[in-house]
Design a protein around this ligand. Structure first.
Ligand SMILES: O=C(O)CCC(=O)C(=O)O
Ligand SMILES: [Fe+2]
Length: 278
């Protein structure tokens, strides 16, 4: 019971990620345990510097300062992938924008040009390199998870077929007598979400025994959240964790999430069967 109520912290250093290192096996086991018991964990990932994260959130702050008509140009053929403005009853403080395939320079460029028709090379370069680095972390997470289930040889295919969406989010300051709902309780639909924030807390995770715990982000940490598609892929081994955002205090909260989803891999059962076949 207690292990559910503390979010596990797992270090993703170059050293831990080498299959020949002494901690490789334990890292893989920790990832699997966290996904199965908690449905999430905090990854310490120092390859992305804290200075870079600070710059990203400063750039995102300027992005949200653009007029609503400009932000609304961020559209998508996929529902909820583009600009989402505040919704008075369900999420009055929430606003977000999505960049599809943010690990592809042209996608980030076309998003940037929509927002700043005269260009913004700083934003474009920053978001592109940040998204690529977050995807590297995502790939390490899948690699350790695949290894822990004995299906590591299929990991490359999973990496190659991954689609992704980077979503930047702003949560406004609640009025003293107004609602403080940032985002109502939900599970993510995709495979894996990797998320971090500026210095303002607000994310809460529901444990399997129904307790809500507030997420505190240690330095250089990113929360890794299992979504419904990962639960389904794993035949319910992995727990898709319910989470929500509650706002307090007098500072806006910014978060950036990367949502990834492999397109064409068999289910875990199928991969296990093909890994054990001679
Ligand atoms: O902003 C956050 O911390 C959570 C965002 C979230 O849960 C989502 O976009 O699905
Ligand atoms: Fe979510």
């Amino acid at each position: 019971m207690e292990s559910q109520r503390v979010i596990p912290v797992i270090r993703f250093s170059q050293e831990n990620m080498s299959p020949s290192s002494s901690c490789w096996i334990s890292t893989c086991q920790d990832v699997r345990k966290a996904f199965e018991i908690n449905g999430c964990f905090l990854a310490i990932y120092e390859e992305i510097s804290m200075e870079q994260c600070k710059q990203v959130f400063q750039a995102v702050d300027k992005l949200f300062d653009l007029p609503v008509e400009t932000k609304a140009k961020n559209t998508s053929t996929i529902p909820n992938f583009g600009y989402i403005g505040p919704e008075s009853y369900t999420r009055p403080l929430y606003e977000s924008m999505g960049i599809e395939n943010a690990t592809n320079l042209e996608s980030v460029q076309s998003f940037t040009n929509l927002m700043w028709p005269s260009g913004n090379t700083h934003f474009c370069g920053l978001l592109y390199s940040h998204s690529k680095q977050m995807m590297e972390l995502d790939n390490m997470v899948t690699k350790t998870m695949f290894a822990s289930y004995g299906v590591e040889k299929h990991h490359e295919l999973c990496v190659k077929s991954k689609g992704n969406l980077v979503r930047v989010m702003k949560y406004g300051v609640p009025m003293s007598d107004g609602p403080n709902i940032g985002l109502p309780p939900h599970c993510d639909m995709g495979f894996i979400t990797i998320l971090h924030q500026n210095q303002v807390n607000g994310l809460e995770i529901e444990t399997k025994d129904g307790h809500w715990i507030s997420v505190e982000f240690p330095p250089s940490s990113f929360i890794v959240i299992a979504g419904d598609a990962l639960k389904e892929w794993s035949n319910d081994r992995v727990h898709a964790v319910t989470h929500k955002v509650t706002m307090s205090g007098n500072e806006s909260r910014y978060s950036l999430g990367q949502f990834s989803h492999p397109m064409k891999i068999g289910t875990l059962e199928e991969l296990i069967a093909s890994s054990s076949a001679v």
